[in-house]
Design a protein around this ligand. Sequence first.
Ligand code: ADP
Length: 187
Amino acid sequence: MTRMLIIGPPGAGKGTQAVRIAERLGIPAISTGDIFRENIRGGTELGKEAQSYTDAGNLVPDSVTNRMVRDRLSWDDCAQGFLLDGYPRNTAQAEELDRILQESGTQLDVVLQLTADRDELVARLLNRAQEQGRTDDTEDVIRHRLDVYDRETAPVIGLYADRGLVTEVDGLGTIDEVTERIAQALA
Ligand code: ADP
C-alpha cells in the first residue's frame, strides 16, 4: 500500500518511470497530462476546456484539474494506493490534495522528486516533439512550460520537504538505470 507522487520538470521522465514503478508496486499510475490528452483526443467537454491551456504550456485552471483528480482518486483501484504524476502542480492543488486525502482518512507516504538539468530537458522535449508530435512540444512552448514549472511547481516540493516526505532521484541515465535508482530509493 503506497500513496505517492512523482514530481519533476517537464522532460525529466516522470511518465515513463511512473508507469514502471506503479507496476512494480501494484498501484495505478495516474497522469493528469495523459487524462487531459485522452480527453482532447476524444473531444469530450473536459478536453475542450483543457486544450487551449495545454497547447500554450499553461496550467489548466485548478477548478477543472482538482475536480478531475478528486474523481479519479475515488475509483476503487486507488484503495490500495496510487502514484500521481503531474499533480499537484501548484500550492493550491497541493492544498486540495491534502483535503481530498484528509476526507478519506489517508495521507501521502512519499514524494519522489526526479531531477535533470535544463539543457538535457530541452533536448529531450524537442526530441519527443519530433517522435510524438505533441502540440505542446514546440520550442517556445517548452521553454514556457519549464518557466511555469520553476515558478508554480518547484515550490510544491519545498512544502513536502518540510514534512519530510521528499526522496530525490537523479533522472539522468538510461530508463532502466533510473528505474533501478528509484526502486532502491523507495526500498
Ligand atoms: P509534462 O511533459 O510537462 O510533464 P504533462 O504531460 O504532465 O506534461 O502535462 C501536459 C499539460 O497538461 C501541462 O502542460 C498542463 O497544461 C496540463 N496539466 C497536467 N497536469 C496539470 C495540473 N496538475 N494542473 C494544471 N494543468 C495540468
